[in-house]
Design a protein around this ligand. Sequence first.
Ligand SMILES: Nc1nc2c(ncn2[C@@H]2O[C@H](COP(=O)(O)OP(=O)(O)OP(=O)(O)O)[C@@H](O)[C@H]2O)c(=O)[nH]1
Length: 209
Amino acid sequence: MTVNRLRVVVLGSSRCGKSAVVVRYLTKRYIGEYSSTGDFLYNHRVSFDGVTSEVEVLDTCGCAKRGCLPEHLRWGDAFAVVYSVCDRRSFLAAAELLALLERTRLPGCAAVTLLGNKRDLEHARVVKTEEGQELSLRFGCQFYEVSAAESCAGAALAFHALLREARALALLLPAPRRKLAAYSVSKVIGSILGLSNKSVRKKRPSLSI
Ligand SMILES: Nc1nc2c(ncn2[C@@H]2O[C@H](COP(=O)(O)OP(=O)(O)OP(=O)(O)O)[C@@H](O)[C@H]2O)c(=O)[nH]1
């Protein structure tokens, strides 16, 4: 069985549900609240299509403000750009992130998916499905609407499709690997394990799932 290594960066504006989507995919669980004080790196081993991948998933938090966005864009092999269907500003931010990705990475050199999260909140929806579709067509990326709160099926489908594309690109374009110089580890694991961020950061640089 082939084993490959992939790096996935999850981007999007604050509170759009990045952590919820990532944790849904990795653990099948939905946890309502997460602390939002920094990026979080997960190690995850996944097998499908007869291939096993060692996947690092970087759940980012406020990286545009902290200035580490360019580094994250270079580091990743695959990118999930998340917005909330109930928050137009998060959709506009997703469009900006896709444009930045296009400028930073050569077109076709990174797998990208656009995820419209919180589709369970239909009554509060302000971004139509067609708008997400149009945006994904404009940037030539995948597109899914998901609900981290409602089920794990959407997140799993979206991440597997992203990984499938990243695997194919890794075969076609063996890119030089760049190390992420530094990442802070702070959120989600505290919610999962009931530890404070400080103790998590000290004891665990990353979480294997
Ligand atoms: N109804 C509903 N709420 C969701 C969903 N996903 C996330 N939420 C809620 O939205 C809020 C923000 O979720 P997070 O996962 O912390 O969002 P984030 O993008 O990681 O936020 P930052 O860490 O601040 O960047 C939380 O209250 C979640 O419970 C969803 O699919 N449906």
